[in-house]
Write a protein of this length. Structure first.
Length: 162
């Protein structure tokens, strides 16, 4: 059942009256190649977004129709970056990537994991806090990229083994 505000949005919203093709161009501009740096603490998950278009996740909260149209786009079009943290953390960086990636993946739905197209993980960080991927790759650190299902299987999450 569609509520009254949803019906009104479809008729009155200038953005929602645009053809889907034009809305998709806007979504592409907002989400394509945005870099998300998820951080997971034992009792708190938060996301640092490095994106020249500011934090694009606001689109997910505009209205139900836009949420429906955009909910998986950050996963399909963005880059999820599990690099050394931007700020010093208590745990050792060599072990932290696995904990953060596991915590992130456990809190995602199956649809979100299946949609994850680009996940970058720094396996053996030798660099300092906040080093860029380019600098780390130049120094010979191991950067592994994969999809959501690839990392879910690597972490032993149920239903993703190949």
């Amino acid at each position: 059942m569609v509520d009254t505000s949803t019906k009104l949005n479809a008729v009155q919203s200038p953005f929602l009256r645009l053809p889907a093709e034009i809305r998709n161009l806007v979504y592409h501009h907002l989400f394509c190649d945005a870099v998300y740096q998820p951080r997971f603490e034992m009792w708190n998950e938060y996301m640092h977004v490095m994106c020249p278009r500011a934090d694009n996740r606001f689109m997910l909260r505009v209205c139900r129709q836009i949420h429906h149209e955009t909910a998986l786009l950050p996963y399909r079009m963005g880059i999820f970056d599990f690099a050394p943290p931007l700020f010093p953390m208590r745990s050792k960086p060599r072990k932290r990537w696995r904990w953060e990636l596991w915590g992130f993946m456990k809190n995602r739905s199956r649809a979100e994991i299946m949609a994850l197209a680009r996940v970058k993980v720094l396996i053996h960080p030798h660099g300092g806090v906040g080093d860029s991927w380019t600098r780390l790759e130049q120094r010979g650190d191991k950067v592994v990229s994969g999809t959501g299902p690839y990392w879910a299987a690597k972490l032993g999450l149920e239903g993703y083994s190949s």
